[in-house]
Ligand binder design. Structure first.
Ligand SMILES: *[C@@H]1O[C@H](CO)[C@@H](O)[C@H](O)[C@H]1NC(C)=O
Ligand SMILES: *[C@@H]1O[C@H](CO)[C@@H](O)[C@H](O)[C@H]1NC(C)=O
Length: 524
């Protein structure tokens, strides 16, 4: 599969448009970003507007975003199959209905919109199917000696335009090939940060595992490793974490922690240093765009030989394990902790790290703005104040609407990308793992998620079963359930037909992007 979205270019105006969809979100539901950021330093702004304008006149409006990752290929979710013409027709009629609805909704006030959205024409059942099937994907991973077979089902249904979630997966090359990475990156303030994570997480994780194995050999006095210059920062991060955490930490948790920290260092601090060194305004968006944007990240490493799963989580995506008990009932087990103000551990950590700052969590958000308490990117919660004062006016004028300093910005950094790790030894009762962005959990409880996927499992993975489900793809089956269930937990086909008729950006008031990966263990 190709990295279809990886070479997207954007200009200053496109960046502004893309972020505006973001702050329109959120009434009632979650949104990762602040409501109305105000530019800092308005006088400087007019000057930097002029610079932006001159660059635009020179035709400097588009940039290739992705730095080429090295090492293992990473598959990033994208529409993979040719779309049948009947589906294409249905998708076109969805687009027409949504664009008519958009004209209607744009002319209304927020309050009127909420009412009007309930009166929009419904999609047909065929149109709903076309939307639900457009990005689904499903495949098997065959075991190498000693492992077991996995089935993977993925799907994404967007609310933001463009979608700000990314899914990425790869088979790790280090230590045999029964180690597989599955991940979800839920972007906010645009997609730029999530896009980088999706492309670079797999290769960097592999590199971390390699470095850790070499360091282990060094300790045993077997071989002196030779690290490449480009890996120096990563090696330093790994050694630092080992010193803090004790030397006998397992390789995979250590590698995940080091990778998350080093990745964020590259995106936020490294990119800033690079920009200051080069002083090239032309490269500003490419280098600093991903730092201004932000993303949650959840990475699960499933080892089918060692029979373990290790989950690293930064933010509010969630991994769940579906367990089938001996008597046939199903149980949901969380493999990650949400990092938001609802998590008492996170509140305590924030208070400890920023003593005497009462407003560090304000209205349930970091400095009143950011919903997750840990995240990648989001330099408005990380850069030193001087760097923000220096660069934010220019970035803002170039369309980066989140390049603004939050109120009460006293002791940065306020947000870390350091993950919380959960390790679980897999037993025969453990049947599948659900990895999803918070858009899914806005709609369904853990028990409802496992309940829904267990129906699919019993129909598709138990040989004697006579059950069937409407969708062959487990992720599609789950997303259909999520979008068909209303606030009071009632399920109806009318609900999803109405919900999917609402056009972006207004849809963001009713639903978030939903991205799901389901990994079936010991698949038939
Ligand atoms: C490789 O995997 C095997 C089996 O899971 C494990 O015993 C061994 O310690 C691993 N080696 C490294 C370097 O991670
Ligand atoms: C199945 O077993 C679990 C734990 O052993 C128990 O809590 C549950 O009530 C049982 N359910 C039924 C229907 O027997």
């Amino acid at each position: 599969m190709q990295q279809a979205r990886s070479r997207r270019a954007f200009g200053t105006s496109a960046a502004a448009g893309q972020q505006s969809s973001n702050d329109s979100g959120a009434a009632g539901k979650k949104a990762g970003t602040p409501d109305t950021p105000q530019p800092a330093g308005t006088t400087k702004r007019s000057l930097t507007f002029a610079i932006g304008g001159i660059l635009a006149l020179l035709g400097v409006t588009s940039y290739t975003l992705l730095r080429q990752p090295s090492g293992v290929p990473v598959e990033v979710a994208t529409q993979s199959k040719p779309t049948p013409s009947s589906t294409q027709t249905a998708l076109e009629s969805v687009a027409t209905k949504r664009s008519d609805a958009l004209k209607k909704l744009d002319s209304l006030t927020n309050k009127e919109r909420r009412e009007e959205a309930k009166r929009l024409g419904l999609l047909t059942a065929e149109e709903v199917d076309a939307v639900l099937h457009a990005k689904e994907n499903s495949w098997f991973i065959e075991p190498v000696a000693g492992g077991s077979r996995l089935r993977v089902d993925t799907n994404q249904v967007s609310s933001n335009d463009p979608l700000e979630d990314y899914l990425a997966w790869t088979t790790l090359s280090s230590n045999a090939t029964n180690r597989h990475m599955f991940s979800v990156f839920d972007g906010h303030a645009g997609y730029l940060c999530a896009e980088q994570l999706a492309a670079r997480m797999g290769p960097m994780l592999d590199k971390s595992l390699e470095v850790i194995a070499q360091l282990a050999e060094l300790k045993k006095g077997i071989k002196k490793p030779e690290f490449e210059a480009g890996d120096k920062a990563l090696v330093k991060t790994i050694r630092q974490i080992e010193r803090e955490a004790g030397l006998n930490w397992d390789h995979v948790p250590l590698a995940l922690t080091a990778t998350f920290i080093n990745m964020d260092y590259e995106l936020v601090t490294g990119a800033l240093a690079e920009f200051r060194k080069q002083q090239q305004l032309m490269r500003m968006d490419e280098l600093l765009g991903p730092a201004v944007s932000g993303s949650c990240g959840l990475v699960a490493v499933v080892d089918t030989e060692a029979k373990e799963v290790v989950v690293a989580n930064t933010g509010d995506s969630r991994a769940l394990l579906g367990v089938r008990l001996k008597n046939g009932t199903w149980k949901a087990v969380r493999l990650s902790q949400d990092q938001t103000a609802d998590n008492a551990n996170e509140l305590a950590r924030m208070a400890r790290e920023h003593p005497r700052e009462d407003s560090v969590i304000h209205r349930g958000r970091v400095l009143g703005g950011l919903m997750p308490t840990r995240a990648f990117g989001d330099c408005r919660y990380k850069w030193p104040l001087e760097a923000q004062q220096d660069l934010f006016p220019i970035l803002y004028s170039r369309g980066h609407r989140y390049a603004t300093t939050p109120p009460n910005y006293v002791t940065p950094p306020y947000v870390t990308a350091r993950p919380v790790i959960v390790k679980h030894m897999l037993s025969d009762d453990d049947k599948f793992i659900v990895i999803a962005s918070d858009g899914l959990y806005d709609q369904l409880s853990d028990a409802e998620v496992i309940g829904s996927v267990s129906q699919w499992y019993e129909a598709h993975q138990m040989s004697a079963s006579t059950l069937t489900t409407e969708d062959d793809n487990a992720a599609t089956h789950l997303i259909r359930a999520a979008l068909s269930t209303d606030q009071s937990g009632r399920r109806s086909d009318t609900y999803i037909r109405r919900l999917l008729a609402i056009p972006p950006p207004h849809s963001r008031r009713f639903r978030d992007d939903i991205s799901v990966t389901i990994v079936t263990l010991n698949a038939e």
